[in-house]
Design a binder for this molecule. Sequence first.
Ligand code: ADP
Ligand code: MG
Length: 382
Amino acid sequence: MGLDPPYLGGREAQLERFQDLLRNPHAARNLLVTGLRGVGKTVLLNRYSNAAEAAGWLVGEREFSEPDAEPANFAQTVLADLVRLTRKVSGGARVRSAAVRAAQAVLEHLGTLSVSHSGIEVGVRFQGASHTPRRLDDDLRDALEEVAGLCRHGRHPGIVLRYDEFQVVHERRGASTLSALLTAVGGAQQRSVPVILVLCGLPNLLENVAKAKSYSERMFIVERLGNLTAPEDRLALTEPAEKAARTFDEAVVAAVLRDTAGYPFFIQMYGDALWKGAAASVIGVEDLRRLRPRILHALDRGFFEARYARGSARERELLRLIARHGESATLRQLSADSGLMNNQLQPVISNMLRKGLIYRPSRATLAFTAPMFGAHIRRRGK
Ligand SMILES: Nc1ncnc2c1ncn2[C@@H]1O[C@H](COP(=O)(O)OP(=O)(O)O)[C@@H](O)[C@H]1O
Ligand SMILES: [Mg+2]
């Protein structure tokens, strides 16, 4: 996961849109990148970072975790990222002393902010004689403005804040986190501060963002990533081999695309196993026949079992019922098979959606989020 693939399939449009943002530092547009696990979000983010850095931008990146998302830690987390960016400016080669002094002043300010926003949960701290609590959105906006201001010293066009696994951050009552970040970035951009916010995560990220701040969708271009489609699915498999003067038999390509349904993570698993397991320069049907059970076994152990274990007993029961119908089932089928009424099913289904075990290709249908998960469940028997 997250490993740069030898051939990046089907992401040219996304990369082009990102380049467009880099060419227009004052465009005031940001990115929301969403998709199920394994479709290539992190890999795309890494390409974004490379492109931004190649164009001279300062990039702050982080993979969010549940603790980072706690209101008591959120401000510190974002401020720490701004501190790192500031250090990058002052640590750059050939920086003049004026730049170092400016960076020092910003670091001091960020330190003060960090203290004043620590432990929001245990009580609001007051700054100086004023008795109004500091607002995180205002403070973050000022901080963004200051850090972006430093960019001039290093001839950086602007800053990119690039947050992965950001679906863990959601607004909670009484403590602003996501809304403060969105308001701060929006406010800074209105003042022409060259900053690009890239938020990436599982599909519920979209809902979290929409709930945190109304009209926030206007701030973002949404990139919905999914499985690769023809011809990019095929190229992801065959192109790296061809570069090394090896080829796949047509029948092997067809079978791999059938099994993987264009799911990038599986294409890499198959490609890797076939590449290593086949002796001749042409990877043939016989190789696939011999290696496929091993590949499936590796997927069972390394991928499907952990996924299945994420479900509660009740959820696993529903997963098994869906698997009876193949890789998807209708709500009507589930209700009939389980004997549960719609209102009893709904909470279980919501949890399964949230855990990324299933998704809704259409209103009345539920499907597994990885190809062949149903086949795995039928294989395991219980
Ligand atoms: N566009 C792509 N073309 C080919 N392989 C890809 C592509 N995107 C991702 N992959 C491969 O799929 C796997 C999962 O990618 P990753 O970025 O970790 O997914 P996500 O972050 O969405 O869970 C990695 O092995 C990666 O190399
Ligand atoms: Mg990822």
